[in-house]
Ligand binder design. Structure first.
Ligand code: MF3
Ligand code: CO
Length: 251
């Protein structure tokens, strides 16, 4: 396994890729409302990315047919946008998006509430987001990768949630998926030693019920096996000697 260390020049490009992707997410968040289709979200996301002079990195990735993954309620990740899939009041909608800026990739996900949702659903969204922040407390040069994994998993499990084990975060840079893989739960080893200049996409996927997931017949959409809700939160993060820099989140 070889993990790339980005140069200062590469980091500048990763920063810009991250900054632009944050803008895409902000606009998509404003756009989500009851009555729109998941394809409407994909269309807007793709056009925003292209207007920025960037390329959607998910489109045609291993045959994935869209630019934005839209995963509703019990869908965990990789939901395929469809014109007949209409967003309803009370849904929770996970949006996963990525783009390429001057050869450098960014990747980030958010789960949004549509109108009024249950207290339980809101807690799932909040805990999933917070589990990311618990993890990156350990994202620092000299620490070990799986300290991040363990912190994410331990936090989410305190709430009785199922931490998805079949999908992981990843290194990112000139490719969307680089080494290393980043599980969201405790490992038996410490994992690699983090170094300044590594860029990582850290992405907890957390289920309200059990951790088990299944793939739908479209071969993409991952859903919870027990039908419970699922949330996703992801940022592209730069490892430094000090605090990590969250490239897809400035505020
Ligand atoms: N953000 C997803 C990931 O972390 C990317 C989805 S790949 C796609 O790996 F093919 F579904 F687009
Ligand atoms: Co990712």
């Amino acid at each position: 396994m070889s993990v790339s260390i980005k140069t200062a020049k590469e980091i500048e490009k990763m920063r810009e890729a991250g900054r632009l992707l944050e803008q895409v997410h902000d606009e998509l968040e404003q756009f989500i409302k009851p009555g729109i289709s998941t394809l409407d979200i994909d269309r807007l996301g793709e056009s925003l990315i292209r207007k920025m002079g960037c390329t959607p990195n998910f489109l045609h990735y291993n045959g994935y047919p869209a630019s934005i993954c839209v995963s509703v309620n019990d869908e965990v990740v990789h939901g395929i946008p469809h014109k007949e899939r209409i967003i309803q009041e009370g849904d929770i909608v996970s949006l996963d998006a990525g783009l390429i800026y001057q050869g450098y990739h960014s990747d980030a996900a958010r789960t949004h509430a549509v109108g009024k949702i249950s207290k339980e659903a809101q807690q799932l969204i909040d805990v999933t987001r917070q589990s990311f922040f618990e993890g990156i407390k350990f994202a620092k040069a000299g620490n070990h990768l799986y300290e991040i994994s363990a912190a994410i998993g331990a936090y989410a499990e305190k709430f009785g949630y199922g931490v998805v084990r079949d999908l992981v975060g990843h290194g990112i840079g000139t490719s969307l998926h680089e080494d290393p893989q980043i599980p969201n739960f405790r490992q038996r080893r410490r994992g690699l030693r983090l170094q300044a200049g590594m860029t990582l996409a850290i992405e907890p996927m957390i289920n309200q019920g059990r951790a088990d997931v299944v793939w739908l017949d479209d071969d993409w959409t991952v859903v919870t096996e027990d039908g419970s809700l699922s949330a996703h939160y992801e940022n592209t993060v730069l490892i430094t000697e000090g605090e990590p820099e969250i490239l897809t989140l400035s505020k």
